[in-house]
Ligand binder design. Structure first.
Ligand code: NDP
Length: 450
């Protein structure tokens, strides 16, 4: 019998069940607004109760990570893997190690990941995992011991055709190496069970760069659509990690003037723009510095301002690349007041609902991370296919593939995000991304039955 679902009923159902999971409800709310009308117009989707099923994780794994640190003391952390949806392929999504990690954060990330992965056109389901372990200030040996203990628990739930984690905040090449080594030792198998691996053991060229580079390729597609170009534009970037630094480098290569980087402690402002040399130095050094931005300031690569974010700086384009909910309503107002015309998310859900609404109401370009930062997972998908074939493609081939995938995601968003009858041809990229991904995911679920 067809379900008579609508936005209110579905959201209330989820809100009652998960009322304390604010990040998860925020992510779901944002998507529901766009997809419920499509759902209500489709009797098959309704008969299969697709929206509620898309919102609920298929499985959540929780485990305790008890481990002995390098000083012989026992430490206890929490670990999770949210296996959200596997209709389109193995669960796929990163691992985050951060003291703020909790189930709500991982559920929001896993939910978003399903939509992002659907947009890439590659056969990947969605998941996310991590731990409340805080790696800041820990020795290399402690990091290795923690990664090994984490993998001892996680390994029984993952596999190259089941669930393929990757990196996320504080999980980079070093951590993936330790995690992979432990998986291989325990299972006696060399397989593509993690992506973001080292090039010597099944890793892919361009994976490290892919999220940041892909973000700028998406920006280039937006610029083409609007008959403009990146060259000569002033760009603010937040974050100083993998995504931010590679986005900044590629934007500078394309002729943009990138004037900021930031972290949880402050802002590095380069009024004349960072050079590619400065950004390459940061890329080579950020993983092993306590604060790469103050080190850059010491080298006269910019001016350090404590406890500040970049959003008050005048710019044409803003690329938030640090973390969720880092760009608030007042930040959005400041960007708009200063004439910012485009906001493309490198991080996952960096703009709050109120900030998003201001951008959409002002009819500037606003692109959600699920579309604009999908380059990372797209390259992970290509790493999986290289692993399955036991080969390694060349960097230029993969960079071309990344470019093509970002262009195709842009086109999917344009096709579904066009405003009918609007003479200004405004593209609602959020709506476009949500609907394009939803249709693919919903069709896959319907085809496979309940
Ligand atoms: P990293 O760990 O490499 O870098 C994170 C950066 O964000 C650091 O500079 C960190 O500063 C900063 N940061 C963290 N919290 C805050 C905060 N509250 N305020 C300001 N700055 C903060 O992570 P990634 O670059 O890999 O990831 C960044 C974002 O991109 C995340 O949202 C992630 O989910 C998303 N993403 C990452 C992908 C990837 O391939 N890596 C793929 C797709 C999305 P500090 O050192 O001071 O904590």
């Amino acid at each position: 019998m067809a379900q008579k679902s609508n936005f209110e009923e579905i959201y209330t159902f989820l809100n009652e069940k998960f009322s304390d999971e604010t990040e998860y409800l925020q992510a779901v709310h944002e998507v529901l607004e766009d997809i419920v009308p499509i759902y209500n117009a489709n009797e098959v989707y309704k008969a299969f109760d697709i929206v509620k099923r898309i919102c609920m994780p298929e499985r959540i794994i929780y485990f305790t990570v008890s481990w002995m640190n390098s000083e012989g003391n026992v430490e206890i952390n929490q670990g999770w893997r949210v296996q959200h949806n596997s209709a389109m392929g193995p669960y796929k999504g990163g691992l985050r190690f951060h003291h703020t990690v909790n189930l709500s954060v991982l559920k929001f990330l896993a939910f978003e990941q399903c939509f992002k992965n659907a947009l890439t056109g590659l056969p990947m389901g969605g998941g996310k995992g991590g731990s409340d372990f805080n790696p800041k200030g820990r020795s290399d040996r402690d990091i290795m011991l923690f990664c090994q203990a984490f993998m001892r628990e996680l390994q029984r739930h993952i596999g190259a055709n089941t669930d393929v984690p990757a990196g996320d905040i504080n999980v980079g090449a070093r951590e993936i190496g330790y995690l992979y080594g432990e998986y291989r030792r325990l299972n006696n198998r060399f397989e593509g069970v993690l992506t973001g691996k080292g090039l010597e053991f099944g890793g892919s060229y361009v994976r490290t760069e892919a999220t940041g580079f892909g973000l700028v390729y998406f920006l280039e597609a937006v610029c083409k659509q609007k008959n403009t170009e990146i060259e000569g534009k002033t760009i603010t970037v937040s974050g100083a990690g993998n995504v931010a630094l590679h986005a900044a480098l590629k934007a500078v290569e394309k002729g943009g003037k990138v004037i900021s980087l930031s972290n949880s402690r402050g802002l590095l402002h380069a009024a004349e723009g960072f050079t590619d040399k400065a950004l390459k130095w940061a890329i080579d050094n950020h993983a092993n510095r306590e604060n790469v931005l103050t080190d850059m300031a010491d080298k006269n690569m910019g001016e350090w301002v404590s406890d500040k974010k970049p959003w008050h700086l005048k710019c044409d384009i803003a690329l938030p690349c640090a973390t969720q909910n880092e760009l608030l309503e007042d930040d959005a107002k400041a960007l708009l007041d200063n004439g910012c015309k485009m906001v493309l998310e490198g991080a996952n859900m960096p703009c709050t609902n109120k900030a998003q609404t201001l951008f959409l109401d002002a009819k500037i370009v606003y692109v959600p991370g699920k579309a604009s930062n999908a380059g990372g997972v797209a390259l992970s998908g290509l790493e999986m296919s290289q692993n399955a074939m036991f080969n390694q493609r060349k960097a230029n081939v993969l960079d071309d593939q990344l470019y093509a995938i970002m262009e195709s995601i842009h086109q999917r968003c344009v096709d579904e995000g066009k405003s009918v009858g609007d003479e200004n041809h405004y593209i609602d990229y959020m709506k476009g991304a949500n609907i394009a991904a939803f249709r693919r995911l919903a069709d896959a679920m319907v085809a496979q039955g309940v």
